[in-house]
Design a binder for this molecule. Structure first.
Ligand code: M6R
Length: 613
């Protein structure tokens, strides 16, 4: 999971590529590099660290040229140093290649190449591929397009690659399998990148390369695409809907904060056009043809990772509670390897912001092989999971650039709520009145989220009080249990404080031993659900001296007397409470991370989409 960008045309390539790399930095920020060719000369510059480190490094270097490729890396094979940074060059220094993905059989390919005299500089799988292309090009006496195609036939794994040749200053060869690649078509120029964000300000005409396709991108010619098995394809030109504002910070200090504050709008966008104002009828166009399958499903298996898995847990409560369908929620990474029992009667639903997560994709592929109906809930339009699934619904949250998921989570929960309600209505597991009441309440959620966001100053004060803690415990029950898990994940990933989420009642079976006067405990104690039981759990914490931050419903008196800090959020139905109760937890982790001087948008060791195992 790295970011790749390329340019060929009449403009200087360097500024376009560097700007693109900044936009793609969310995908990996261990090292960055660029290759530019001009007058049959290939200049490669790379540096460990961020794109800004690369910019400092090239300040006094020659970056002139109208064709180039750039890379920002999340390390898999080889430590994140300058040697392992991309681009990698061929043995004769003619070719430069950048890669997002993993070449699984690189070891055997490398051993064979070494036997044939190749010498490698790095520990990466990528360098093997550029040597292989070089060898095929020479031995078979073919052009670069053909050499790349033949080489990819020998490769097992996932890739999005860009290759340039210093002998040809007009052409980039691109290919993909399992990692995304978009080609932007301008006038006498082309842009190519891992997603559309580096392209959007230059052109709206794009071609999404499909798996196992390879493209010849020549600035003087029309785009040429074929499959790696040599079948010619006609490029399908899509129109980009992305706006430039959506990928900029617009005055916010960080993307994460912007994305937290965007949630009222995003939730509205997720619901837009899906609930009929007069009848309350829900229509999810993307899954319409598969509704019967869901209605008759013996069970729904939800597969996801990280935050999306937490949204899936809320989905379990929603589908079981409202639609009375049995649900299992699986970590995609476990599911794919444990020989799960899946039949044609199952519906397997993948949840993924990026639509590119390797484990989630593999879990879906397995389910597909076993004959299940496969559905998806994704944010990134045109990504791999929506292409793989039988049907699905987009969340319409807009680009999420902060590595920590925020608006992706709430909009996933909204789609799950809409799906569960629609099925409940069809199955008759809710009365008309119950159904209408939940819809009415759902429509009020954006306004209520706005009210929670007004608590930002209070949450900042609480953050200042707890910023130096080394451990946190998050407790919740029922619908608030997955919220506790998500709150703990948010804190650990951006502030590097150890945090655990637990079902509140489970605490006494072990974690209670951790509680002393130094341990902050964030407890979700909103009204309805298991409120009284949570109050008892709070008393157990209090008796052991723990410091309590409670998320309560406006007007609460009982918990207020027990907790050190109370964050009061508007009342709402239990089923919809996660959409409100997660907001203070997102803000709390954000402020703590900022106060600890952590890189909020690009936390260490992480990347936005995990396209490798
Ligand atoms: O793109 P996906 O939703 O499939 O990503 C899944 C996880 O990698 C992701 O949710 C991760 O846990 C986030 N960093 C959480 O904030």
């Amino acid at each position: 999971m790295c970011g790749i960008v390329g340019y060929v045309g009449g403009q200087q390539a360097y500024p376009i590529i560097v700007k693109g790399l900044h936009r793609l930095e969310y995908r990996g920020y261990d090292s960055a590099g660029i290759a530019i060719t001009t007058d049959k000369q290939l200049n490669i510059y790379k540096q460990a660290g961020k794109v800004s480190d690369l910019e400092d490094f090239v300040k006094d270097k020659n970056v002139k040229g109208n064709i180039g490729i750039g890379h920002t890396r999340w390390a898999t094979h080889g430590v994140p140093n300058q040697l392992n940074a991309h681009p990698h060059k061929s043995g004769d220094s003619n070719l430069a290649l950048i890669h997002n993905g993993i070449i699984e059989n690189y070891d055997s390919l490398k051993k064979a190449l070494i036997k044939r005299g190749h010498v490698f500089e790095s520990e990466t799988d990528t360098e093997v591929l550029v040597h292989l292309i070089e060898e095929i090009k020479k031995n078979e006496k073919v052009n670069l397009f053909e050499a790349v195609r033949l080489a990819l036939n020998e490769v097992i794994g996932a890739y999005a690659i860009l290759v340039i040749d210093k002998e040809n200053n007009e052409e980039i060869i691109a290919a993909r399998k399992g990692s995304p690649l978009v080609i932007g078509i301008g006038k006498g120029e082309y842009f190519v990148a891992s997603d559309a964000t580096p392209i959007v300000e230059y052109t709206r005409n794009v071609v999404y390369l499909e798996d196992e396709q390879i493209a010849r991108i020549n600035k003087k010619e029309a785009l040429e695409i074929k499959t790696i098995s040599n079948i010619i394809k006609t490029p399908y030109i899509d129109e980009l809907e992305l706006s430039l504002e959506a990928i900029e910070k617009e005055g916010f200090e960080h993307f994460m904060l912007k994305e937290i504050f965007e949630q009222p709008k995003c939730i509205l966008d997720t619901m837009r056009g899906r609930i009929n104002a007069k009848t309350g009828e829900i229509t999810l166009g993307g899954i319409l043809d598969y509704e019967k399958k869901i209605l008759n499903a013996e069970r729904i298996i939800i597969v996801a990772c990280g935050t999306s898995w937490h949204a899936g847990l809320i989905g379990e409560y929603l589908f079981e509670d409202l639609a009375r369908i049995s649900v299992e929620v699986e970590y995609a990474s476990e599911f794919r390897y444990r020989n799960p029992i899946i039949t044609e009667k199952d519906v397997v639903l993948a949840i993924s912001q990026s639509g590119e997560t390797a484990d989630t994709m593999a879990a879906l592929e397995l389910a597909k092989q076993k004959g299940a109906t496969i559905l998806g809930i994704c944010n990134v339009v045109g990504s791999s999971i929506p292409r793989l699934t039988d049907a699905g619904s987009y969340t319409h949250a807009g680009p999420e650039i902060g590595v920590a998921s925020t608006k992706a989570f709430t909009t996933q929960v909204v789609v799950l709520t809409l799906m569960a309600l629609r099925i409940a209505k069809e199955k008759g597991t809710l009365t008309n009145t119950e159904y209408r009441q939940i819809i009415t309440e759902l429509e009020l959620i954006p306004k209520k989220v706005e009210k929670v966001l007004e608590l930002d100053d209070l949450i900042k004060e609480i953050a200042a009080e707890f910023k130096d803690a080394t451990n946190f415990l998050y407790l919740g029950r029922g619908y608030n249990f997955p919220v506790a898990l998500e709150g703990a994940l948010k804190l650990k990933e951006i502030s590097y404080i150890h945090a655990e989420g637990y079902p509140a009642a489970e605490m006494k079976h072990g974690p209670i031993a951790l509680i002393d006067e130094h341990m902050p405990i964030v407890v979700l104690a909103t009204r309805k659900g298991n409120y009284e039981k949570v109050v008892s759990n709070i008393q157990e914490v209090k008796a052991r001296g723990g410091r309590l931050i409670a998320i309560v419903t406006e007007g609460d008196k009982t918990v207020k007397e027990l907790a050190d800090y109370c964050i009061e959020i508007p009342a709402c139905f239990e089923e919809l409470m996660p959409l409100l109760s997660i907001i203070p937890l997102q803000l709390l982790s954000y402020h703590i991370a900022v106060m600890r001087n952590c890189n909020v948008d690009q936390p260490r060791n992480l990347a936005k989409s995990v396209t490798v195992e």
